[in-house]
Design a protein around this ligand. Structure first.
Ligand SMILES: Nc1ncnc2c1ncn2[C@@H]1O[C@H](COP(=O)(O)OP(=O)(O)OP(=O)(O)O)[C@@H](O)[C@H]1O
Ligand SMILES: O=P(O)(O)OC[C@H]1O[C@H](OP(=O)(O)OP(=O)(O)O)[C@H](O)[C@@H]1O
Length: 215
């Protein structure tokens, strides 16, 4: 495909956004407009480099990339696993590091070990289901929540949770602990499968430039 085409990036809003933009700046990709904290604009263009950027809710990034509305996305590995979209995951950016864990009060450890039919509250039902059914061969009841997951075992909604642990502070302050680790997580670059073929040169160059600046 010709170089006239704009490459479109879908970036996850929230925690990962700032570091993603910093990393792109380090390889000479800038979008000043996007840094304005008061802007309500959703899409930003760098005419010179023929690039377009938009910020989307994390779980929507793989959707935009699968359908080709964005060629490239930056999103957490947790979101990639949960959404299960047909996209290529091409690079680990090495930031946004955290872990997906099964957590609960210490007293729940025994229930897990004895494969009791426990309730698991989570924002990530697919990851939880895959872990318990496919990896552990344990039947559980999964309860989908949208946030403040640590509340669930405290108020008796579930025995354990499947959630992100970064510093461990939230668990500690709520009398909970990590019982099992599901997988490590970090920010990843994802690419649309057709774009990878059609715009291979530009995308490969971008990936190799990013590799030179990531730690
Ligand atoms: N302490 C953390 N808690 C949650 N996510 C973290 C943490 N540290 C790194 N991450 C990564 O950052 C990504 C974005 O997190 P963020 O909280 O901004 O989005 P979100 O979970 O979709 O939030 P919300 O539902 O509040 O919009 C996560 O998907 C995960 O990969
Ligand atoms: O180990 P820590 O450093 O304490 O971080 C982990 C916490 O951060 C996230 O919650 P978030 O702040 O995104 O809020 P939410 O529960 O409303 O999703 C995550 O779901 C944990 O609750």
């Amino acid at each position: 495909m010709s170089d006239d085409r704009y490459l479109t990036f879908a970036l996850g809003k929230g925690r990962l956004a700032k570091k993603t933009l910093q990393l792109f700046e380090q390889i000479g990709i800038t979008c000043e407009e996007m840094k304005d904290p008061d802007t309500r604009k959703l899409i930003f263009v760098n005419e010179e480099l023929k690039l377009r950027f938009f910020l989307a809710k994390g779980p929507d990034v793989p959707t935009y990339v699968e359908y080709g509305a964005a060629d490239i996305g930056v999103v957490g590995k947790d979101t990639i696993l949960e959404e299960g979209r047909n996209i290529y995951e091409v690079l680990d950016l090495g930031f946004g590091k955290c872990r997906m864990c099964i957590c609960g009060p210490e007293s729940a450890r025994e229930l897990l070990q004895h494969h009791e039919q426990i309730r698991v509250a989570t924002k990530y039902p697919h990851i939880a289901k895959d872990y318990f059914y496919n990896k552990k061969h344990q039947t559980v009841e999964i309860i989908k929540l949208n946030g403040s997951i640590e509340l669930a075992p405290i108020v008796g909604l579930s025995e354990v949770i499947c959630d992100i642990v970064e510093t461990g502070t939230t668990l500690k302050e709520n009398g909970l602990t990590v019982l099992e680790e599901v997988c490590p997580l970090s920010a990843r670059v994802v690419v649309n499968q057709v774009s990878m073929k059609m715009d291979n040169e530009r995308i490969t160059k971008l990936i190799s430039d990013l590799k030179t600046v990531i730690k």
